[in-house]
Ligand binder design. Structure first.
Ligand SMILES: *Cc1c(COP(=O)(O)O)cnc(C)c1O
Length: 390
């Protein structure tokens, strides 16, 4: 125990200690944090669906009708009708032959890459990809070449040099929206490369699904190349307001994963309430209300970003609802986050290993349910806090 205590004390001294806070009530634009009401600027509940009565109602009805648990993994005790219904819905949503639901985005990324790639294969992975993709690459035991963030020319150079000795399958894997930078991957250019080099393009659209594109199909729709993506990974716990994740892809890809993907095979499947909430979320995303929530999200993003941009802050290339403000070192970043909390604004300071050394940041996420005036005031407070720093 003593060595763990020392390790924790070391983390604390370096400004790197992480700890948990408790929120009361539902996820909304304002929440109770340790008994105090604050503006929530760090939730991925982009469309406000996590607290939406229609999702809650669908979850409650399904629990009352079908029970609290699914009982086992699907290969052991079978799929529920709700699994099949949700997967058909997801495949139609992304325009693919089939889809498979996973228990979380973390389980999906590790399970997709482990299930599809092996030691003879080669994965090209963006340097800023999510940790779950990095872990999936490791679990697959495929050779992994990391290309500099968003750098299509560097990627092409890697592919050209690897081509003569090519053996197995090739994959290009990228976040659609980068979770700590809020920028979009160059998906059209990546699609052109995967077509030229006969690779599969996998896009993790955890932050794009539901929120981006005219109809919420995600970053592929926003960039006009949805149909050129081979493997559409998405999550149900962010803009869709619930929990879980999926892959939408061709039928053979899905069937291989049912046979090979360890997080899918060796884990109890999602329960009825979660599946029913996801179905209700897709209904909302496809409705007029969904469209107006996406419009409000985009508007709110601009309201919050404009004053920060005008003040000359480095927003890490963000074009989405994820708005990082680059601060560089850990201690001042955490001090700024504490000062903001004292003034009623809850957001996170982000440090390594989540971001590279020297790239600490305050990370704000806006939601469709935020009041634009409150967001404008929060941006002003943020500027004051940063100006007051030594
Ligand atoms: C959140 C996130 C995941 C993990 O999804 P969970 O459902 O929360 O496990 C995967 N990839 C990216 C890019 C994410 O932001």
């Amino acid at each position: 125990m003593e060595n763990y205590r020392r390790e924790l004390a070391d983390l604390d001294r370096a400004g790197m200690l992480r700890s948990l806070r408790t929120l009361e009530g539902a996820q909304g634009p304002r929440v109770l944090l340790d008994g105090r009401e604050v503006l929530l600027l760090c939730s991925n509940n982009y469309l406000g669906l996590a607290g939406h009565p229609r999702l809650a109602r669908a979850a409650a009805d399904a629990a009352l009708e079908f029970g609290a648990g699914s009982g086992a993994s699907r290969l052991v005790s079978g799929s529920l009708a709700l699994h099949a219904e949700l997967e058909a819905r997801i495949a139609a949503f992304k325009g693919t032959e089939a889809a498979l639901v996973f228990n979380s985005g973390y389980a999906a990324n590790t399970g997709i890459l482990q299930g599809l790639a092996g030691p003879d294969d080669l994965i090209f992975s963006d340097a800023l990809n999510h940790a779950s993709i990095i872990d999936g690459c490791r679990l697959s035991r495929a050779r992994t070449l990391v290309y500099p963030h968003g750098d299509v020319d560097a990627l092409e150079g890697l592919m050209r040099r690897a081509q003569p000795a090519r053996r197995g399958r090739w994959f290009i894997v990228t976040d659609g929206v980068f979770s700590m930078d809020g920028d979009l991957a160059p998906l059209s250019e990546l699609a052109a490369l995967k077509e030229r080099y006969d690779a599969l393009l996998m896009v993790d659209d955890a932050h794009g699904t539901g929120a981006l594109g005219a109809t919420g199909r995600g970053s592929g729709e926003a960039l006009g190349c949805l149909a050129r993506i081979d493997l559409h990974m998405g999550t149900l716990g962010k803009a869709l307001g619930g929990f879980g994740a999926f892959l939408a892809a061709s039928r053979p890809i899905i069937d291989i994963l049912v046979n090979r993907s360890r997080p899918f095979i060796f884990s109890t499947s999602l329960p009825p309430a979660v599946l029913a909430a996801a179905l209700a979320a897709f209904d909302l995303v496809d409705s007029e209300e969904g469209r107006s929530r996406r419009e409000r999200l985009e508007h709110n993003r601009e309201v919050f970003a404009a004053p920060l941009r005008a003040a000359g802050l480095d927003l890490c290339g963000s074009t989405t609802q994820i708005l990082p403000i680059l601060t560089s070192a850990p201690q001042p970043t955490m001090a700024a986050a504490r000062a903001l909390l004292e003034r009623g604004i809850f957001l996170q300071g982000i440090r390594p290993p989540t971001v590279p050394e020297g790239r600490c940041r305050l990370r704000a996420t806006v939601m469709s349910d935020h009041d634009p005036q409150e967001l404008a005031a929060a941006a002003e407070t943020l500027l004051e806090v940063l100006r007051a720093q030594p």
